[in-house]
Design a protein around this ligand. Structure first.
Ligand SMILES: Cc1cc2nc3c(=O)[nH]c(=O)nc-3n(C[C@H](O)[C@H](O)[C@H](O)COP(=O)(O)O)c2cc1C
Length: 369
């Protein structure tokens, strides 16, 4: 369609000039967002228009608003970073969207998601500003409650649990003195369960950080064989309890530049899964190799039930445990592999799996340098 044709077809729908103005006026008056227009040519950029939704939001009548600068909504709460952002954007005559605390006439606060845009005249000069207010108090308050919930998990749950876990481990490894076999059996059950609970809590907190983009890596150069050794040490007892043999396979390799604790975490997660799904007397290999001079690859292989091709793409998605009854029985947060994938990707690496039903699975990940 040519531009003339488009204009003709649009003018079929657009009312005449004065009707257009009336329509715009009615639309602004009916909008659910607060809308104000200010005049920067007057002293202190006063409000010259306010719609009914703004009065409803703030509790102030139109006559109590017109002629004032909008900052009256901030009362004495002026130290907010958003106030400075607003001042700068308005000074530079650029649009801005920000969130700040404002106060209604009755003194109660609300979170105002405020968008301000300069309005230009026919010469391209800023003649006015238009502000659109959106009350986002419910959203911000619920985000705060979620934040408090995570902080509760971290402080009120993880901290005491790690001290319980530490005490139980001290009894289990004998450093707290000798106990009889009957007590040791109970202690092992308690250690196993507190380990699972700790892993679950750590997974939840890690996922929260990853989702928020706040997960930070501590990168350094190290020998990846150390990661394999530490995972074997950590999981030896679990493997023995299941009569599974853990076999490290260290091929020629070079140092990597990565977050060692996180590499151990990923490798431990993959290896713990492999042990979980191995048959008794099964072998789990943890292989380290350098398929290229800039690549280190870790591969964890088991001889468990394997994974059907159609289930593979669900594997690394959070809360997606495969729905065979066998997998469900094994427990877990449903976050482990999603966390592994996210952390590998934060390193710029790759993660994947190959598997055959009834033969076993190989989970691998690669870190580049
Ligand atoms: C069109 C427009 C709408 C505004 N709406 C609000 C608002 O709803 N709430 C608020 O706290 N500030 C609002 N402001 C910002 C204040 O008027 C003021 O610019 C801000 O407090 C920073 O400047 P100051 O340091 O001079 O107060 C608005 C500004 C303009 C231009």
């Amino acid at each position: 369609m040519s531009s003339t044709e488009r204009m003709n077809s649009e003018s079929e729908f657009l009312p005449g000039h004065s009707d257009q103005l009336q329509l715009l006026m009615r639309a602004v008056e009916c909008a659910r967002n607060g809308i104000v227009i200010t005049d920067p040519s007057k002293t202190d950029n006063p409000i010259i228009y306010v719609n009914p939704a703004f009065s409803q939001l703030t509790g102030y009548a139109k006559e109590q608003i017109i002629g004032r600068n909008c900052r009256f909504l901030q009362r004495d709460d002026r130290e907010q970073p958003a106030v400075k952002e607003l001042r700068e954007a308005i000074g530079k005559e650029v649009p801005i969207t920000t969130i700040l605390r404002n106060y209604r006439k009755n003194g109660s606060y609300f979170w105002n998601e405020l968008t301000i845009s300069p309005v230009k005249d026919e010469h391209g000069r800023v003649s006015n500003f238009v502000g659109v207010q959106n009350d986002v108090t419910a959203r911000i308050d619920s985000e705060k409650r979620v934040q408090e919930f995570y902080s509760m998990i971290s402080h009120e749950l993880r901290t005491p649990l790690s001290s319980i876990h530490g005490a139980l481990t001290a009894v289990e490894d004998g450093s707290a003195g000798r106990v009889n076999a009957q007590v040791m059996r109970l202690i092992r059950i308690a250690v196993d369960n507190s380990t699972r609970l700790m892993r679950l809590i750590n997974d939840i907190l890690d996922w929260k950080q990853l989702e928020a983009g706040k997960f930070k890596l501590t990168l350094a150069s190290f020998d990846p064989q150390q990661a394999v050794a530490s995972v074997v040490r950590e999981l030896q007892a679990t493997a023995e309890a299941k009569k599974v043999v853990l076999v490290p396979e260290i091929l020629p390799h070079h140092d990597i530049f990565a977050d060692q604790d996180r590499i151990v975490q990923i490798l431990s997660n993959l290896s713990a899964n492999a042990i979980k799904f191995s048959p008794p007397k099964g072998i789990v290999t943890i292989r380290l190799e350098a398929p290229a001079s800039d690549t280190i690859r870790f591969t964890v292989t088991d001889h468990g039930p394997g994974i059907a091709a159609e289930q593979m793409d669900k594997l690394f998605v959070r809360f997606q445990q495969l729905d065979s009854s066998d997998t469900r029985k094994k427990g877990g947060s449903g976050l482990g592999l999603a966390i592994c994938k996210a952390i590998v990707e934060l390193h710029g690496g790759n993660i994947g799996v190959s598997s055959k039903v009834n033969e076993g699975s190989s989970f691998w990940f690669e870190i580049f340098s």
